[in-house]
Design a protein around this ligand. Structure first.
Ligand code: HEC
Length: 322
């Protein structure tokens, strides 16, 4: 794992796993994860990954729920391998629930708000679940988005100060199969929910239409250098420096003394040797490394083409002398 990735890992309070491909997934475990990020078309957005595989994107500029998706959370690869500020890729099939405008209206559904102020979010300590805090035309609002089942999305709005005008919530309905409202809320038109001035709390429960699309990961990478960086670099350097295992500098065609079944054996680090070192790391142990941490069995994580790519990468390394 390279330094950039490590730095990123320390910055976010959740675990990132390097998968067998170019993905660096942010994993959500038993606490919600709130990740400020850049996504395509939204230079500032906040992604929330909830335990149980429900995720959503919130736009703090318009204070709107943009989209939701079920399953894995975010692919962190663009941040980890790029120069930063690259769009992150939400995984899964995204369902759009946002409008282009500010979804909350005060007084009437066609009154586009003049003032929208985002004030951040409050994290519930036990679960990590965020409530977004903002004010629309001076009316303070707290919004939470939850899911209680497959394809189910619950939008919860709380109004901490009593109001004088009804509030309206406006959303995109193409992905919605059914919409249920808490008491005293009504739907004056499709996509609009009217919350009376007297209500301090509102819940909008959406059941999404099933989707025909299914989520397919990108092809695992066959970039040898990237595979090296993710799977081998923690133990093997390229510059002659010693880590847990021998350096890869000057490896190719170099003579080796290995111990095989307790017998010392002279070998040349050719393709067959390197391949065996990767596929059966315990078969022949490089002299001097008998007591080192054992090399991991990589065949569980990498496919054949990826191992080919790694072998080609090692073969293509320039000898350190030149
Ligand atoms: C946990 C540390 C560790 C990781 C991760 C690791 N190795 Fe190793 N590797 C070792 C050790 C220790 C040795 C020396 C002992 C032996 O021969 O098994 C070694 C030996 C080797 C050798 C023989 C080197 C020589 O100088 O003769 C090759 C080739 C090799 N590893 C390739 C890889 C590749 C490719 C990866 C990534 C896919 C990798 N290793 C990941 C620890 C590791």
């Amino acid at each position: 794992m390279n330094r950039q990735v490590l730095a990123v890992l320390l910055l976010i309070s959740c675990s990132t796993t390097a998968f067998a491909g170019e993905q660096f997934d942010i994993e959500v475990t038993d606490r919600a994860v709130v990740q400020r990020c850049v996504t395509k078309g939204l230079p500032r957005s906040i992604a929330v990954g909830m335990p149980g595989g429900f995720n959503y994107l919130f736009d703090p500029v318009r204070c709107r729920l943009v989209s939701v998706w079920f399953g894995d959370f975010l692919d962190f690869r663009p941040e980890a391998t790029g120069r930063g500020g690259q769009p992150l890729v939400p995984l899964g099939v995204r369902r759009n629930l946002g409008t282009a405008e500010v979804p909350i209206r005060i007084g009437a559904e066609d009154r586009i708000p003049e003032a929208v102020e985002f004030a951040g979010y409050r994290i519930e300590p036990a679960t990590g679940i965020p409530a977004f805090l903002f004010a629309v035309d001076g009316v303070p609002i707290e919004q939470r988005v939850l899911s209680f089942g497959p394809g189910q999305v619950t939008i919860e709005l709380a109004f901490p100060t009593p109001g004088t005008q009804p509030r309206l919530y406006c959303m995109e309905m193409t992905a919605v199969e059914q919409c249920e409202l808490s008491d005293r809320l009504e739907q004056p038109a499709a996509g609009f929910v009217r919350i009376p001035a007297t209500e301090s709390w509102a819940q909008i429960r959406l059941q999404l239409k099933p989707t025909k699309e299914s989520f397919v990961r990108q092809q695992p990478t066959t970039n040898g250098r990237l595979l090296y960086a993710v799977h081998c670099m923690s133990c093997h350097t390229l510059d002659g420096g010693k880590r847990i295992g021998p350096s890869f500098a000057d490896l190719w065609t170099a003579p080796r003394i290995v111990s095989r079944n307790g017998q010392l054996e002279s070998m040349v680090a050719d393709e067959a040797y390197v391949r065996e070192s990767i596929l059966k790391p315990q078969a022949a142990i490089v002299k001097g490394y008998e007591n080192a941490n054992r090399m991991v069995d990589i065949t569980q994580t990498l496919n054949e083409q990826q191992i080919e790519a790694l072998v080609a990468f090692l073969k293509g390394l320039k000898p350190s002398g030149s």
